[in-house]
Design a protein around this ligand. Structure first.
Ligand code: KG4
Ligand code: ZN
Length: 393
């Protein structure tokens, strides 16, 4: 089955085309085309993602990104197309709320043969609703013109399946997954522990009570006057501090909720503790910033590990996946790799390859494939900023 996937939930505009074979027991994925435009530079001056700007950028970028993905997949065949008045009206109505998109869409579609794909997968949530809507309306318009079904994908399910995927030569494969799977999902909007006992059925067993871990990284980075997105910046400084080992770390931060008997998290207190340190002194020098980044990252990793270890024991998990943008973090990856082999050697740890950690459309295609094999095509689709994994049940 050939899936064309669209991701616009936050600040990446991405389209991927995957040839997918097999089923949940053993699946193989060939990436035919994969294009992504990040908006990081656009949002940098605001220190975070600005939803109206994200929407505008997605509208501007979707057609070129689609074109690039189709071209790479050798599915871009130029040929003048005739659209019926009826289809034209339907598409005009769908794109009425996406003014930056309609003109480019009609121009592109009138010159491009319908590509050989079987379904269109698109992120329906969670994420920024204005951003999600652009991708959804784009998918609806393509579906109307090309007469292909749509699969609505939960972005977090995308992160889970991306983490399960392993490189197999140029391809990706997902096989030999032992249940239950425990997923630690750490991103800009989420910090969750989710258990999957049966394929694509989820139970939430722990979550943050306030800030998401990526959000804490980004906010602390802002306090240290580091550029957006803060996660990679903090990681870079903390790694440098570990390499240099320049004296004792003058900062001590709390490990919120580490001894509580629940799999829930809290990161707001940690962020406030950094704020407190900063209030009582003038700006940190470069050395102090490295120490602070180091201590912050250690605190986050300690809490994530403790709660995940508790969840593995509670659920008797056989597989642990770590997904979401924060799983790109070098220190967190190292802590989990070391501690899993010494504490839970029988549990299969799967962390996404670097390219699949942050948002992309490959993960949406993989999740879309699994849903499509169950014929879960959608007739009416809306954006849901708070879409929960358990809603998929
Ligand atoms: O999954 P993602 O790309 O988007 C959301 O769905 O939120 O995650 C983005 C988050 C941001 O908060 C970013 O700072 C964080 O992931 N992040 C990192 C790293 N790379 C990205 N956090 C810590 N260390 C990193 N290396
Ligand atoms: Zn994400």
């Amino acid at each position: 089955m050939r899936i064309l996937a669209i991701e616009t939930s936050c600040d990446e505009t991405a389209v991927a085309i995957l040839e997918c074979t097999g089923d949940v027991h053993a699946a193989e994925f060939t990436i035919l085309g994969n294009a992504l435009l990040t908006q990081i530079e656009v949002h940098k001056p605001y220190g975070g993602v600005f939803p109206a700007l994200a929407k505008r950028e997605h509208a501007k970028n979707l057609v070129p990104v689609l074109e690039a993905a189709l071209e790479e997949a050798e599915l871009l065949h130029e040929d003048a197309q005739i659209m019926s008045n009826e289809t034209h009206n339907i598409v005009s109505e769908i794109l009425a709320r996406e003014p930056g998109l309609a003109e480019a869409f009609f121009e592109f579609i009138s010159e491009c043969e319908p590509p050989e794909i079987d379904a269109i997968a698109v992120t329906a949530g969670p994420g920024l609703e204005p951003a999600l809507w652009v991708g959804i309306n784009f998918a609806r318009a393509l579906s109307a013109v090309w007469d292909k079904p749509i699969v609505a994908v939960n972005h977090m399910e995308g992160h889970i399946v991306a983490a399960l995927a392993k490189a197999a030569g140029q391809n990706l494969e997902i096989k030999n997954v032992e249940m239950p799977v425990l997923a630690l999902l750490i991103s800009g909007g989420h910090t969750e522990l989710v258990v999957m006992k049966e394929w694509l059925e989820y139970e939430l067993i722990g979550q943050t009570r306030d800030d998401a871990v990526g959000e804490a990284f980004d906010k602390v980075a802002r306090m240290l006057a580091l550029p957006y997105p803060g996660g990679p910046e903090i990681s870079r400084l903390a790694e440098r501090a570990r390499e240099e080992q320049n004296g004792e770390n003058p900062f001590t931060l709390p490990r919120p909720m580490i001894d509580s008997n629940t799999c829930d998290f809290s990161f707001a207190g940690l962020k406030t503790s950094v704020l407190y340190v900063l209030k009582n002194r003038s700006d940190l020098n470069d050395q102090e910033k490295k120490h602070m980044a180091h201590e912050f990252e250690d605190a986050v990793a300690d809490v994530l590990w403790k709660k995940t270890a508790m969840a593995i024991e509670n659920t008797d998990a056989r597989t642990l996946v770590i997904g979401g943008g924060v799983s790109a973090n070098t220190h967190i990856r190292r802590v989990f790799t070391d501690k899993m082999s010494s504490n839970f050697a029988h549990v299969d740890l799967r962390i996404p390859t670097a390219a699949l950690t942050t948002d992309n459309a490959i993960m949406i295609a993989i999740a879309g494939f699994y849903r499509a094999t169950r014929e879960e095509f959608t007739i009416s689709i809306s954006a849901n900023g708070n879409l929960a994994l358990a809603d998929n049940k």
